[in-house]
Every structure is written in structure tokens, then in C-alpha cells.
Design a protein around this ligand. Structure first.
Ligand SMILES: Cc1ncc(COP(=O)(O)O)c(C=O)c1O
Length: 344
């Protein structure tokens, strides 16, 4: 529980199982992966060689046969199963079979989906992976920090670390301290413990289930309004709007949404022909709205505002004050957990 955040947690994993210059397999940021899974502008892409796997541009899904093909050809030492902008479930069992075939470490990064795993609405990576990393902010609602879970013994000790007297868990501990960090941030660790205690409650599990119900309701409402969503839908908290067929871009919409009080980032979608600085997608997530107590019906309202923003995207200043006002009024019916009095 000592990593200062998600990226340092992932950095410790590299230090524990790989050497600079090793091949590692991860999803490019443009396909929904995270920077630390080997993207070139991050330490992970500078110090290690990324073997990329992505989504099928037609289906928007990860094709596990293709992942296997690339893995057998390139033989990376570490495989990341984890995403930041992919709305569907990950098949850890299939990743594990591939990793076993090539003697690679399998690491799940569940930063984005930890509450869904806890709630039982997303597969649990623990039985399949050597290591699992996560942030404790995002949907876990804890402090900005990171944590790492691992098997104690290293199944590849003889092959990759024959002279080391440390097992996998010890190498990870040592990679965090003294390898990468100094003193522990006890305030963050205490806050993480409190978040973990809350995550064990039925209330939290209900929250995890509702996140997915809300995301599915939002997808249906968005499709009903005539828009497309990436990957054909969602199994998680994410809804990625797909504007490849629209004349406006992801950037246009995310900036217009922000003017109306809806914060969402523009994002590449599978098969995107636009540049990463423009994109054809917008990434939305339901954890915050779910934390406010919103349910499926409320997603109809959210979809309606998004529709109004898209329809007025090039003339947003004319409608933004009205939409902002409507949202502020609507939010009076909801509370931020732990914060009183009522929002607004
Ligand atoms: C999948 C994934 N891993 C790691 C991180 C990195 O977390 P942090 O921003 O705490 O370094 C993020 C967050 O953006 C993420 O989405």
C-alpha cells in the first residue's frame, strides 16, 4: 500500500520483473490502454519495448486470438491486462493461458474497474495473474494512491532471477522501497484502509452494481437519440461516444460539454481516422453520478443534455447557460456522500 499513486505502482512492477530493454505487451493509449503500459511518452515506453495489442477496428473489441498470435511471435516478458478507456470486460483466463505459453508475467491493472471486481460484476483477475495493481482513487473513492497485490512465489524465479534470494513479493516490496520511493505516505495509507473497509460493505457492492446498470442505461438512451457508442456498448462504468460518422469531433463535444458543466474527455475510438489531438470519441463514466445516488432513470436526463450539446455544438454559448442552470437545478436533489449540506 505504499506506492504514491497508480503510475509508481506500475513502475515498481517493471522494476520487480523486467529489465530495461525487455519486451512488454500492453495496449496503446490510442486503443484504450494506460500510459504506463508501454506508451512511448511514459517511462514505460522509454525504458521498455512495447509490443502493442489493440482493439479490432471493426468490432471495437480485443480479439484474444490476435493477442495470442502477437504474443507467440514477440514473446514479451510481461503482459499488461488493464485499460483506461475500454468499456468491455477483460478475459483474464484467456490472457493467463497466453502468458503461460510464453513464460510471461501476467499483470492486471484494475485501477479503472476495482469496484466492479469487488461487486462481482467484472471477472476477478486474482486467480489468473502474478500481480494486480490499482489506484485507490477513481471508483474506489479512496485517496489518490496506489496498491499492488502479488503472488508470494515467482513461478519464473529459476528462469529469470536464478541468483536472486528474493521471491516475487519481496522484489516488489524492494522495488517500491528503497527502489523508487522514500518514506511512506501514512495519511494516504490510512485513507486507503478506510476505503478498503468501506469497500467490504454491501452498500459499496450495491454501488458497484449500480455503476454498470447506469452505464448500460446511458448507452441505451444515447443510442435511442441516434448516436453510436464504441465497442458496441458497455460492461463497465465507461460509455465511449463514437462520433466517427458525425461532422463534429470528440474535442468539439468535450469542450462544449464542459461549458455546460459536464466534464468528459475526448478520446480515440477503435478505427478512429482523426488525430489523437482531435479524436472522434468522448469518454464518459458513471461512478460519480452513481455516488450522487443517480439511477437508470436519471441517465435519460443525462443523455438528453448530451444530445442538446451535440446538436448545438458549434453554437454552444447560446445554450450553455440554460443547460448549466438545468443541471444545477437537477443536482439539488442529490448529495455528495460525506459532504453536507446539499450540493449547490
Ligand atoms: C489503468 C490505469 N492505470 C494506472 C493509472 C495511473 O494512475 P495515477 O494517475 O494515479 O498515476 C491510471 C490512471 O489514470 C489508469 O487508468
Amino acid at each position: 500500500m505504499q506506492p504514491y499513486s497508480g503510475s509508481p505502482a506500475n513502475q515498481a512492477v517493471y522494476r520487480a520483473v523486467a529489465k530495461p530493454g525487455d519486451k512488454i505487451m500492453g495496449m496503446p493509449v490510442t486503443d484504450g490502454g494506460h500510459l504506463t503500459h508501454g506508451w512511448k511518452v511514459s517511462f514505460s515506453g522509454m525504458d521498455y519495448v512495447q509490443v502493442p495489442y489493440g482493439t479490432n477496428p471493426e468490432t471495437g473489441k480485443i480479439d484474444m486470438d490476435r493477442v495470442r498470435e502477437i504474443a507467440l511471435r514477440e514473446r514479451p516478458k510481461l503482459i499488461w491486462a488493464g485499460t483506461s478507456a475500454y468499456p468491455l470486460k477483460l478475459d483474464y483466463a484467456a490472457f493467463a493461458e497466453i502468458a503461460k505459453e510464453i513464460d510471461a508475467y501476467l499483470v492486471a491493472d484494475i485501477s479503472h474497474i476495482n469496484a466492479l471486481v469487488i461487486a462481482g460484476v467484472h471477472p476477478d483477475p486474482v486467480p489468473y495473474c502474478d500481480i494486480v495493481t490499482s489506484t485507490s482513487h477513481k471508483m474506489l473513492r479512496g485517496p489518490r494512491a496506489g496498491f499492488i497485490m502479488s503472488k508470494i512465489e515467482d513461478r519464473y524465479q529459476q528462469k529469470y532471477f536464478p541468483t536472486s534470494k528474493f521471491n516475487l513479493a519481496q522484489r516488489i516490496d524492494r522495488a517500491v522501497f528503497p527502489g523508487l520511493q522514500g518514506g511512506p505516505h501514512m495519511h494516504a495509507i490510512a485513507a486507503m484502509a478506510s476505503a478498503f473497509a468501506y469497500a467490504k460493505t454491501d452498500e459499496f457492492k450495491e454501488y458497484g452494481r449500480q455503476i454498470v446498470k447506469n452505464a448500460r442505461a446511458l448507452v441505451s438512451a444515447i443510442i435511442e437519440k441516434g448516436y453510436a457508442v464504441a465497442s458496441g456498448g458497455t460492461d463497465t462504468h465507461l460509455v465511449v461516444l463514437d462520433f466517427r460518422k458525425e461532422e463534429f469531433t470528440g474535442k468539439d463535444v468535450s469542450q462544449a460539454l464542459a461549458k455546460c458543466g459536464i466534464i468528459a474527455n475526448f478520446n480515440m475510438v477503435p478505427g478512429d481516422q482523426r488525430k489523437p489531438s482531435v479524436t472522434s470519441g468522448v469518454r464518459l463514466g458513471t461512478p460519480s453520478l452513481t455516488s450522487l445516488g443517480m439511477k437508470e432513470n436519471d441517465m435519460l436526463k443525462v443523455a438528453d443534455w448530451i444530445d442538446q450539446v451535440c446538436k448545438n455544438v458549434h453554437d454552444i454559448d447560446k445554450v450553455a447557460p440554460r443547460i448549466r442552470g438545468e443541471i444545477a437545478e437537477y443536482l439539488k436533489g442529490f448529495e455528495i456522500p460525506g459532504i453536507r449540506p446539499k450540493l449547490i
